[in-house]
Design a protein around this ligand. Structure first.
Ligand code: AN7
Length: 368
């Protein structure tokens, strides 16, 4: 819908998730579509990880780090910002562990909205903070954690003319469900299992909604079991009570009282799935496995999908499906790009050696 002057966009070019899936989304002819051509992310076959599980397993990585702001949040944000524009909003607000704020800031820039971002002090990965700031959001840190920040923005949006664009906003969930559609369109069936990290629990809610809708539309004939993973120090859903002081190196999912807690439990129960916890060291091991063996760079929270999958495999969860004639498809959402958190990447590797600028010095160290 953008005004591109005399230049006509080619008709068949990709225009983002709202344009592709408008039939399944609550938009009207009057909705101004604010898009950065988000979505249409690759589903990468993970050869090494598949081999860990066994011959009749195929593991695919839904690489959401390739969205325009580097995370899955863009799918929901195009909907939330477009609907905010339709409703005449002038400003939006969110609390964030980083990715929501980066996405809200970018889509607000595109849609000419003021964007206010409330973040927990000192708990945002560097790349995400840079994004919110460079897109000119008003960024405010609070002395508290994500859950405190979320209650502040809820109160503000209840009392002032600013639209809340956290995943409590139902349009966020609507946009995010398109990831499930893409997976089914690509595979031409539903996966048997779907693994993903769980923080505020919006994404597991959205995927499950997407799969159920595609099933209702007869686009797929089965539903996956949803396998969600929280970080051990921030695992309220696993423990069954809110965590006052959540802890984990995966700052994106450092959340003690998820807004979509009930919906996440619904997805788990209806899909006969589970929500488990993985330790920081399991997350880091999966993070390294993805980068070193699969060539895919994600942020730590995203690696929780793979950490959880490998832990389930080790514990025998998949044993009853092994050596079966049927082929099992497992999809894992990799929610954010590795460049979001360069500090953790640098911390988890050795500092490169410094040698004189001579061929023999490099050859010696590189063992050529
Ligand atoms: C990379 O940006 O909550 O369970 O404020 O950034 O839908 O919350 C981010 C969450 C997983 C968890 N992976 O998804 C925020 C925020 C990454 C994330 C999650 C987030 P939800």
């Amino acid at each position: 819908m953008s005004n591109s002057g005399k230049f006509k966009l080619p008709n068949k070019s990709y225009k983002g998730v709202i344009d592709r899936y408008k039939k399944y989304l609550p938009i009207t002819k009057c909705t101004p579509i604010i898009s950065l051509q988000e979505g249409d992310t690759p589903l990468i076959y993970a050869e090494k990880i598949s081999s860990f599980l066994g011959k009749n397993f195929k593991v695919f990585l839904k690489y959401e780090g390739l969205n325009p702001t580097g995370s899955f949040k863009d799918r929901g944000m195009t909907m939330a910002i477009s609907k905010a524009k339709e409703e005449g909003a002038k400003a939006v607000i969110c609390a964030s562990t980083g990715n929501t704020s980066a996405s809200a800031a970018a889509f607000s820039a595109k849609g000419n909205l003021k964007c206010i971002v409330v973040i927990p002090k000192g708990a945002i990965a560097l790349g995400k903070l840079a994004q919110a700031l460079i897109h000119k959001a008003v960024v405010i840190a609070v002395k508290g954690n994500f859950d405190d920040a979320l209650s502040v923005v809820r109160e503000i949006s209840d009392n002032y003319p600013v639209k809340l664009v956290n995943s409590i906003n139902p349009y966020r969930i609507e946009g995010q469900k398109t990831a499930a559609f893409e997976i089914c369109d690509y595979l031409k069936r539903a996966p048997d299992f779907h693994c993903l990290p769980v923080g505020n629990a919006g994404n597991i809610t959205a995927y499950w909604k997407g799969y159920k809708e595609y099933y209702a539309y007869k686009k797929i004939s089965s539903l996956p079991q949803m396998l969600g993973f929280q970080a051990k120090g921030s695992a309220p859903i696993v423990k069954g009570y809110p965590i006052a002081k959540p802890k984990t190196i995966a700052t994106a999912i450092k959340i003690g009282n998820p807004a979509s807690w009930k919906q996440a439990l619904g997805a788990k129960k209806e899909s006969k799935g589970l929500i488990n916890a993985v330790s920081d060291s399991q997350i880091l091991a999966a993070y390294k496995l993805l980068t070193e063996r699969e060539g895919v760079f994600v942020e730590p929270a995203s690696a929780a999908s793979i950490a959880g999958l490998l832990a389930l495999n080790r514990d025998g969860f998949f044993n009853k499906f092994k050596n079966n004639k049927k082929e099992f498809i497992i999809t894992c959402t990799l929610t954010g790009h590795g460049l979001k958190d360069p500090q953790i990447a640098i911390k988890s590797v050795k500092t490169p050696p410094l040698v004189s600028a001579k061929a023999e010095a490099v050859v010696k160290i590189a063992k050529i």
